[in-house]
Design a protein around this ligand. Sequence first.
Ligand code: ATP
Ligand code: MG
Length: 209
Amino acid sequence: MGGTFNPVHFGHLRAAEEVAESLQLKQVIFMPAAKPPHKTEVGLASFDHRWRMLELAVSGNSLFVMSDLEHRRPGKSYSVETLTQLSSQYGGEEELYFVLGLDAFLELPTWKSYRELFKLCHFVVVARPGIARESLDEMLKTQVGDNYLFDPNIQGYVHPNQYVVYYREITLLDISSSSIRNLLASSRSVRYLVPDKVEHYIRQQGLYR
Ligand code: ATP
Ligand code: MG
């Protein structure tokens, strides 16, 4: 599961938990973007802060691990490079699933070499409030390949020579990092939106004020 995690919140964590359970994943790798290509650096906490908050958030869940692969690579954090690296690292032995929200998935055509991604890993697209599943259908068929067929047995789109694109109707939590940053900037509470330890860290370090 990639993202900016600026900061990590219960929306991310619950999505990961439900996807892992549904697809019986061995592990969820949280992969914070070091230099997100599509986000401005304004309001972006340092990688070290975002890493530390993620660490506090995933501690205690033995399924959740973190990777600093994108931090160790120079330049912008392109998913196609990350997935190429991961698949050569795990390829053959493990199946890779790229977990992301439907909002992020619909932006995929703006990502570097996005079509390559469908040849590198499965996708697990999770529902987001206010975005209809039809938009996933539409995007896949017009921007990726017109041979996708939805298989209700696996709740996923299958293609003759590409990995599966799963869709998961998870518990909808209308929480975003940007709304959390806005609350903090106006001195409001973020309790029950992020783990207590993360809230404590934000206060202690004076982030997002
Ligand atoms: P921002 O508001 O800054 O865009 P964000 O909350 O969307 O931040 P990101 O780090 O950009 O967080 O998201 C990483 C991934 O998590 C994306 O694939 C996004 O779709 C997904 N995601 C974010 N919030 C939720 C949520 N509440 N429920 C499920 N998935 C989420
Ligand atoms: Mg977002």
